[in-house]
Structure formats: structure tokens, C-alpha cells
Ligand binder design. Sequence first.
Ligand SMILES: *[C@@H]1O[C@H](CO)[C@@H](O)[C@H](O)[C@H]1NC(C)=O
Ligand SMILES: *[C@@H]1O[C@H](CO)[C@@H](O)[C@H](O)[C@H]1NC(C)=O
Ligand SMILES: *[C@@H]1O[C@H](CO)[C@@H](O)[C@H](O)[C@H]1NC(C)=O
Ligand SMILES: *[C@@H]1O[C@H](CO)[C@@H](O)[C@H](O)[C@H]1NC(C)=O
Ligand SMILES: *[C@@H]1O[C@H](CO)[C@@H](O)[C@H](O)[C@H]1NC(C)=O
Length: 596
Amino acid sequence: MKSHPMLTPTLYVCCLFFLLSYLTIATSTPLYNPIENIVVNCGSPGSLKGNDDRDWIGDKGSKFAPTEEPNHKSKTSKAQSQVSVEIVPYMTARLSYWQFTYVFPVTPGPKFVLLYFYSTVYSGFESSKDFFTVKAGSFTLLRNFSASIYTDSFDRKDIYKEFCINVDENQKLNLTFIPFTSTSMNYHAFINGIEIVSMPMDLYYKPQDVIKGEEFVPVFIGQPNPFYIDYSMALEMVYRLNAGGSAIQVQDDTGMSRKWSEDRDYMLSGGFVPRNPSLKPKYTKIPNYTAPDAVYQSAISMGPDRTKNMQSNLTWGLLVDAGFNYLVRLHFCEIESEIHASGMREFYIYIDYQLAEERADVLLWTDDNDTPYYKDYVVMIKNKGNDTHLLSIDLHSRSDAELIDAILNGVEVFKLSDSENNLARANIAAPFLDQQPAGAAKESMSKKTTIFIAIGSVLGLLVVLTLVCCMVLCKLKKTKHNGSYHPLPKWWWWSRPDPYRREFSRRRASSLPGELCRYFRLEEIKTTTNNFNEDLIIGEGGFGNVYKGLIEQGNKMVAIKRMKQESRQGALEFMTEIKMLSQLQSCAPCVSHWIL
Ligand SMILES: *[C@@H]1O[C@H](CO)[C@@H](O)[C@H](O)[C@H]1NC(C)=O
Ligand SMILES: *[C@@H]1O[C@H](CO)[C@@H](O)[C@H](O)[C@H]1NC(C)=O
Ligand SMILES: *[C@@H]1O[C@H](CO)[C@@H](O)[C@H](O)[C@H]1NC(C)=O
Ligand SMILES: *[C@@H]1O[C@H](CO)[C@@H](O)[C@H](O)[C@H]1NC(C)=O
Ligand SMILES: *[C@@H]1O[C@H](CO)[C@@H](O)[C@H](O)[C@H]1NC(C)=O
């Protein structure tokens, strides 16, 4: 059996140093240098450095001040509460009861446009009366939007919205904020921060006339012809996930300051996580700025159990607004050296329950291991009466492949503007609003969760350090893998610890209701695993075993991960994590808790 390395504090420090120096090297040279990289701190004078190391320029008295009608001036204000948000750009805002426009003289070409909102109290404005439309030139980015209603369904009040907009020759990029007008009520519009970053011409736009390789034209699912993404369209980023990996901060993107999130909140099935943090991806098929290396260094796969794999899918569920076309980009990279020929790992890809790819074979696409690739699909999500829809991505192994397995490294999902240049959802109802748990229940739960998170964070931090050290040690020790099927250190995908919790709750994380999560008592776990009986082991991770168990509540099968952990006093402790093995469709994939 693998034993957990006993690590002393000194070693931890060494490892941290190791990691930090590695990170510094990794972030020094961007692969893409955007012509424009403008970050505006609305409602603030001067310039301030943000956590992202960029200089945010205040719009007060600068060239970025908005234009407005002389007798309808906007106001600037400090946020009254600053609980757990970054100072820049959330500390200050520009607010108005009247329309105001930011005009950005930029070079022609496609741009990322990000809008940052912090929903809180600003003096002179009622916090729940924000209700407005945001337009960029002829595009409607947001309509009947209320940051306060929108953030009600999240556990945080700072949000951002990311768009892609092409700016034509001799055009300016205008962003107009228009408060909703009503005779009985005063509504206002507001904004905390604006970011504009140029992007490569061919990153997400795939127009018919410019396109080089036909292989990168999006497949239009269920339609005979491909879907060209023209420069006359606007896109809204709705998900950008690093499958099997951790969140990636803006500084660690390829130069475009994109933020990548963990995928674990959206994964509805179990999965194994092959990871190779030392892998140097070979960008022979796609540009090296497509995604950061970290996206390709980790993946989700099915694991070695052929029988189980044949009967299951790898499934991600992503809540989207109905009534739009969506661009779904899937990132692939064959990182397991044992899989070295096309035909070994072949699988079907279903998007929204429709066949998107009949024979996905990463090595057939790339000719080589460690070679990143992506595939684009466009899927039409009709509005059939519900404003939101759970967009499903299913991977299922082909039975005629050598191995019964599938792999995915990353996912990006973009909403595409409709024929009226609109990206805003049709109805006033705020997203996810109806999923709010009752206030009282929520409060009593949140106390418990705080304690759990607090304990979890401390232990989690230890696990992170251990993990890093393990990886470093493994890397130093192992020069060559033996011929086993899964040669890389592997662990269950949900086993990453809590300190990252804030990161993945950043966007849409709580789209799944919290009540579905359940806590387990240790006795319960001991009973179901027959006191951690070896017969019930279904997997081994880098630092613990995974047991199979059955819990009541509809006889659900669960996986129980038990981690050995040395306490400060030198005693051996166990931590246990639980995950449902099979999920009902659109049920929360969130049963994962620390038990002491
Ligand atoms: C942007 O705003 C400026 C100034 O308000 C105006 O002159 C210009 O026509 C606008 N451009 C677009 C494309 O809307
Ligand atoms: C990224 O790709 C560009 C264009 O192919 C190349 O010039 C550049 O050297 C590459 N950068 C790195 C760090 O590999
Ligand atoms: C896998 O997903 C597809 C498409 O959603 C579905 O038709 C199929 O029944 C799923 N298979 C399993 C075993 O869940
Ligand atoms: C809309 O969604 C709700 C909850 O997800 C579901 O119960 C209902 O059947 C859906 N209605 C339609 C028309 O799809
Ligand atoms: C915007 O909100 C107003 C007021 O509630 C409503 O009358 C209107 O229909 C909404 N528009 C859209 C497109 O949802």
C-alpha cells in the first residue's frame, strides 16, 4: 500500500518555495500581447494597482470619463460595505438615474469587454433599485438587468460579465448604460469596472471568408451545414472551465487575462483525474495562446473499470438561458503516455442529448501525445417555456475502441447574439431567483457551513501542501512510469481541498441548490463501509483509499474517500469525503464534505 509521506514543516516551506519559484518562471512571458489592455476603475480618481497586477485607471477626471447630458450628471460613490471583495475595481462605482456612455477609441478587431458589478449600498441610491440596460454599439449586452437581484442567488455580491465584440474600422467602442424609466419609481444604472482587451482574430470568431483550416469551423449540431461565427456577432462567455484542474487566475492566462474556473461544481458524474503538471504541451495543431498550459495538463477521464465505463457517461451540466445558440468549445490533450495510438481511446460526444461527434479520437486529431487541440460546436437551445435550460455535455466510450474510456481537458461555452443583436435574456425574472432556499433554514445552515469551511480550510491547506509536495517528490523520484494502465498520480476529482472554494463560487457556482447537500456522521460512514473494509475499496488515490458504500435516502451508492493525515501532535487522523457515485439527472453534484 502507498503510504503517506510524513512531511515536516521545513519540507513544506521548501516545497512552497519550489512552487513559488516555478510560478514566477511560468508567468513571465505572455504568449499573446494584446494591443489594448484597458482596465477602468469606475468612480475613482487616479490609478490603482489591482490584485491582477494591472494598473486600473480611474474614470474620474481622466480620458475615460463617460459622456452624459449636462443636466443629467452621473455620480460616483464608495461602496458602503467591503466584505470579502477585491478593492479594485469594486470599492467605487459610477451611478446614475440617466443614461451615460463610455467611449473607447480602440483599434479595429475583436475585443473582450468585461463589466464588473458589486451589488451593495451606495449613498444616494437604493441598492435594490438598480435596473438597467447596457448596450455596446448596436448590441444589447444586458437588458432589464439588476445586479442586486442577479447576485441574490449567489453567495457573493461581486460579479462580472464577459463579452466578445468586434470593432470595425474607424469605429469607437461605446458602452451605454440606460436606467429603466418608470413614472412611479426611480431606477438607476451603475458600474464598478470596465475591462477591454484585444484578442486574436481567429480565437473565437470563425467567419466563412477568413477561416483557414475548415477543421476549426464549428459543427452545427443537428444541422447539415457548419456554423460560421461572423464578426457581426457578439458573444457572451458563460462558462470557462479547466476540467480536472484548479482555477486559473487572470495573470496565468496566455496574455488575455481570462479567468478559468474549476469544473467540479458542474460535473454530474464521477471521474478520474489524470494530471501531469510537468507536461509541456506541444502546440503544433492550435495556436499557443488558445488556453494556458494548465488546461491541458489536467483532464477528466473515466478510469480503468471497463464494465462500469461502458454503462456510464462523463457528464457536465451547465445552466444556460434558453432561446439562443451556444458555442461549445471542448479542449483536448492526450496526456497519458500509455495511450499512444489513434483507436485506443475513442468516444461519442453528445451535446444537449444530441450526437455531436461520432468518433472522437484525440490522437487521430493531433497525431501525438501532449498536443493540445480543440473542437467547436454550436447548439441551438430553443425556449420551450423555461427561461433556463440545463445544457448537458456527455462523453460515452465507443465499444469498438481498445480502451473503454473518454477524456476532456477543458470547456468554454459562449452565448451567441441573436438576429436582433441581443444577448440579454427575454424575461425580467432574475436568473436562479426561484432556487433561493428559505431564509431561516439558510441562516442556521450557514453557521454550520462556516464552521465546516473553517475546519476544512485548515485541513485543506495541509492537504494542498501535502499534495504539492507529493507531486514534487513524485516528480523527483519517478523518472519512468511502469506499465500500469494509469501511471500518473491519480485521485478522485472532488478531492481538491477547500481553500479554492472562493474561486469556484465566483461565477454561477451556486446554481445548484444547497439543500441537496447532506452531512454524514462518522458512525454512518463506518457502518456503510463495514468499518473501512478492504473488500469495499474501489480506488486508490495519491493519499488515501476510496470505498464503496450504500446510504439510505433512496439507496444511493456513494464513494467514500478516506485520507490519512498526521496531526500537529503526531497522531494519525482520518479525513473522509463523500461523493455520490451516480446522480439523478440535474441533481446537485455537491455531496462532498469534510468529516472529522
Ligand atoms: C460613440 O459615441 C460617440 C460620442 O458620443 C459618437 O460620436 C459615436 O457616433 C458613437 N459611435 C457608435 C458606433 O455608436
Ligand atoms: C508561440 O507561438 C508563436 C507563433 O507560432 C511563436 O512565435 C512563439 O515563439 C511561441 N511561443 C512560445 C513560448 O512557444
Ligand atoms: C449518455 O448520454 C447520452 C446523451 O445524453 C444518453 O442518450 C445516454 O443514455 C447516456 N448513457 C448513459 C449510460 O448514461
Ligand atoms: C421547467 O423547469 C422546471 C424546473 O427545472 C421543470 O420542473 C419543468 O418541467 C420545466 N418546464 C418545461 C416546460 O420544460
Ligand atoms: C423589462 O421590464 C419591464 C418592467 O418590468 C417590462 O415591462 C418589460 O417587458 C421587460 N422587458 C423585457 C424584454 O423583458
